[in-house]
Design a protein around this ligand. Structure first.
Ligand SMILES: Nc1nc2c(c(=O)[nH]1)N[C@H]1C(S)=C(S)[C@@H](COP(=O)(O)OP(=O)(O)OC[C@H]3O[C@@H](n4cnc5c(N)ncnc54)[C@H](O)[C@@H]3O)O[C@H]1N2
Ligand code: MOO
Length: 409
């Protein structure tokens, strides 16, 4: 059997996206459990933040125009006629020629339009201060609604909640947050040569690596991994395990058995599970060519190449965006860095290449990427590497010194 329907990475992503259910599953969680989750709805602020004009300095609230022209040798004199207490509304209004003592964060009394820092005042007597430097209207304060204006969309659906988003939601009083449900991901490792890592070595056998790397990648992406263990290359056994995994998850990852060998039964088993079935078999990519993309009754199945490096690279390209967005399948704000590659690297056009690299900072401050050479069956190369450099499909390779995008692990 030949690989059929070979797609570029972008086409593979678009194909999978077009088959995902339009509305992924959502839930509401308490704010503190929202970290790293994906917002499921737009959030509109129901209040101004802050909801009063607020001093940013310890000093005196006053009318800016009362300080115009003030200098150290000729201070502007104002009457101290009140004090703002922290967390309380001013007990009255301020009039021309007056100043009220105010703490950092205190609410500006009505009638005041600026705050002068205590450093630029001198106490004349208990009721009068001299201001030694003028302030402009609005100086040393945060205006009502300056941080967040009431009625505006402060966060949009699909946004990932970082610590600062939790803080913003707290500021607007949202303590129950609508988020995407974590993607459930079943992981199957296929191959008669595989054995569990706790077993003694045997000739012809290798320990199962992909269950462990993929489990870690799913967790890191914000998904819930479930391991289905090592499945032998047997049609009915794989069929049964896959049926169970499909029933219990949103996405099923099967590594191994995606290539063209006689025992590569993954695609055939997927075809028996439901429609539309296999959407592509093969990607124009290195490593990761024999990848299978399928959708079965609204669930996604990815057949990942058995080689541990290829499986990890394909996971990052196809599965991570799906899992990290809770099924919305959109970019949730990751960017590559640019580094100069240190060797000439050949690559065929029409194929995306992902080259394992380490990074180094040179004396002049520039960052360079050293390729980590080695076959895609060698997990140790992934341990040495800090990321992959992307050589896009329209390029025939890169020359030493050329800038490349590096996606960090
Ligand atoms: N004649 C061809 N042979 C191969 C081609 C090809 O185009 N023509 N493609 C090669 C490429 S590229 C890759 S990648 C692999 C993909 O093979 P499969 O996805 O079918 O995977 P397997 O044959 O089952 O395994 C490949 C390799 O990886 C090891 N493996 C598998 N699972 C695990 C695991 N869970 N932990 C550790 N190692 C695993 C397996 O033992 C094999 O050594 O095919 C090439 N061949
Ligand atoms: O493309 Mo295979 O995925 O090199 O190892």
């Amino acid at each position: 059997m030949e690989l059929f329907n070979v797609l570029t990475v972008q086409q593979a992503r678009d194909t999978l996206r077009s088959h995902l259910p339009a509305r992924a599953k959502t839930e509401v969680v308490p704010l503190l459990q929202g970290l790293n989750r994906i917002l499921a709805q737009d959030i509109v602020a129901l209040e101004d933040v802050p909801n009063f004009d607020r001093s940013t300095m310890d000093g005196y609230a006053l009318r800016a125009r009362d300080t115009f022209g003030a200098t150290e040798s000729l201070p502007a004199y104002v009457d101290v006629s009140g004090e703002v207490l922290m967390g309380e509304e001013a007990s009255g209004a301020l009039t021309a020629g007056q100043a009220w003592l105010i703490p950092t964060g205190g609410m500006l009394p009505p009638g005041a339009d600026a705050v002068v820092m205590v450093e630029y005042t001198e106490e004349l007597d208990s009721q009068t201060i001299g201001v030694t430097r003028p302030v402009a209207p609005g100086e040393n304060l945060v205006r009502r609604g300056e941080d967040v204006a009431r009625g505006t969309v402060v966060l949009t659906a699909g946004h990932r909640l970082r610590p600062q988003e939790l803080g913003l939601l707290a500021a607007v009083g949202v303590t129950q947050v609508p988020v995407m449900k974590p993607f459930k991901v079943g992981i199957l490792s296929t191959g008669n040569e595989l054995m569990a890592p706790d077993q003694p070595a045997e000739p012809g056998k290798v320990r199962d690596i992909n269950s462990y790397t993929l489990y870690g990648q799913v967790l890191e992406a914000g998904g819930l991994p479930i391991l289905y263990g090592i499945i032998e290359d047997h049609f009915e056994t794989l069929q049964q395990t896959m049926a169970k995994a499909l029933a219990e998850n949103d996405l099923v990852l099967i590594s191994g058995g995606s290539s063209v060998g006689a025992r590569d039964i993954t695609a055939k088993v997927i075809e028996t599970m439901g429609s539309p079935g296999v959407l592509f078999h093969g990607m124009a990519i290195k490593p990761g060519k024999p990848t299978i993309g399928a959708v079965v009754e609204g669930k996604v199945v990815l057949g990942l190449p058995g080689h541990p490096v290829s499986a990890m690279v394909v996971f990052d390209l196809l599965a991570r965006p799906m899992i990290a967005s809770g099924g919305l399948y959109q970019n949730v704000g990751s960017f590559p860095l640019r580094a100069a590659i240190t060797r000439n690297i050949h690559s065929a056009t029409g194929r995306d290449d992902y080259l394992r690299v380490t990074l180094r900072r040179q004396e002049d401050g520039t960052i360079v990427a050293d390729p980590v050479l080695g076959k895609s069956g060698l997990i140790s190369t992934m341990v040495k590497a800090v990321g992959v450099a992307h050589i896009p499909l329209n390029k025939e390779g890169v020359e030493a010194g050329e800038l490349v995008d590096v996606w960090l692990f």
